[in-house]
Design a binder for this molecule. Structure first.
Ligand code: AMP
Ligand code: MN
Ligand code: MN
Length: 324
């Protein structure tokens, strides 16, 4: 099925002239890397390309060539619309309604296949990996700008090549992207381990409130924490990755209070535990090892409801893995 989708996508990319490319709101490195990777490859081959996103490009990704071309509005016509790294249209923000999507390229197991042509590869570590594997097959050059964008996507979704879904192929692909001009140490520094002073200060609040129950570890970041630290984003500043460093943590959860009355929840799990199922119960989604959801309500109440379901799920997955 994916081979057919791959062929159809190659034909569409070659034959059409005007493209609309979009990725998910609250963009991570893979979202921006995939958008820029495909967008710049099409632009450099002479196509007209609109790259849009219903959010500003986060500061840490603005060093990438072409980042300034990403707009928050659609201007004019296009022939082919493409979503990248996006599991369902509700993750497109204001662009989620009223647009017919031709092509959907993604690696989320929870992707519901909302486009005419869907290339969904859950075993890929990043959407950027799918693009890096296929761009030259589809007949496009991987320039330095494209290589940097795609390697950034792969690096961020694998947290610097260290998630459990890493394969040797991905390292070979990364080497090819370096040969095409991608600067691994710079991308690694800027997009994997460097954080702003304010981000690390906000971690302090989150860490001070950390709790655990058996293999479940969690914390929350409130609006007040964000204000006190002077952190400009609405995300957890990758705090979740600190919790996954705890050796007995089977599932880590971070709750981030949002100024609009919502609460962003992030889950991470070790192999054998699938948190995408819990996230789906709360209207979110993601991967077995990393999932998220956005809920409306009071943070303490949501926290209790989510932790209860998460704890039950952890017990169930552990029972199943003992029995299998
Ligand atoms: P995060 O915790 O935001 O880093 O997200 C972890 C994974 O879950 C990512 O692959 C996201 O694409 C996915 N994800 C996060 N939030 C949502 C959501 N509200 N709906 C569907 N998938 C999500
Ligand atoms: Mn993403
Ligand atoms: Mn991704």
């Amino acid at each position: 099925m994916n081979d057919h989708a791959r062929t159809l996508i190659g034909q569409a990319l070659q034959q059409a002239e005007r493209f609309l490319l979009i990725t998910h709101i609250r963009p991570d490195g893979d979202a921006i890397g995939s958008l820029l990777g495909l967008g710049m490859a099409l632009l450099e081959s002479g196509k007209a390309v609109q790259m849009v996103l219903d959010d500003p490009v986060p500061l840490q990704f603005r060093h990438l060539e072409g980042a300034e071309l990403i707009k928050r509005a659609i201007q004019g016509d296009f022939d082919v619309s493409i979503t990248l790294d996006c599991s369902d249209v509700s993750r497109l923000g204001k662009f989620g309604e009223g647009i017919e999507w031709h092509i959907n390229i993604d690696h989320h197991i929870t992707n519901d296949g909302f486009a005419k042509i869907n290339l969904i590869e859950p075993e890929a570590v990043a959407t950027a990996e799918i693009l890096a594997t296929n761009l030259d097959i589809w007949g496009f050059q991987v320039s330095k700008a494209v290589a940097n964008a795609l390697l950034m996507g792969i690096l961020t979704d694998t947290i610097g090549f260290r998630t459990y879904n890493m394969r040797s192929d991905v390292l070979r692909l990364a080497a090819k992207l370096m040969d095409a001009g991608a600067n691994l140490p710079v991308l690694y520094a800027r997009n994997v381990y460097q954080k702003s002073f304010e981000a690390v200060k906000m971690w302090g609040s989150g860490l001070s409130r950390m709790q655990r129950r058996d293999g479940l570890v969690w914390t929350m970041i409130t609006n007040q924490d964000r204000l006190m630290a002077g952190y400009p984003g609405k995300d957890d500043a990758d705090m979740i990755n600190l919790l996954t460093a705890i050796e007995d943590a089977k599932i880590s959860v971070v709750f981030v209070e949002q100024p609009n009355g919502k609460v962003k929840v992030s889950w991470r799990a070790v192999p054998g535990v699938d948190v995408s199922q819990v996230a789906s119960q709360f209207g979110g989604g993601g991967h077995p090892a990393a999932a998220g959801a956005e809920l409306t309500g009071e943070i303490q109440e949501l926290c209790e409801a989510v932790l209860e379901k998460t704890y039950l799920h952890l017990r169930e997955d552990q029972r199943n893995s003992k029995n299998s």
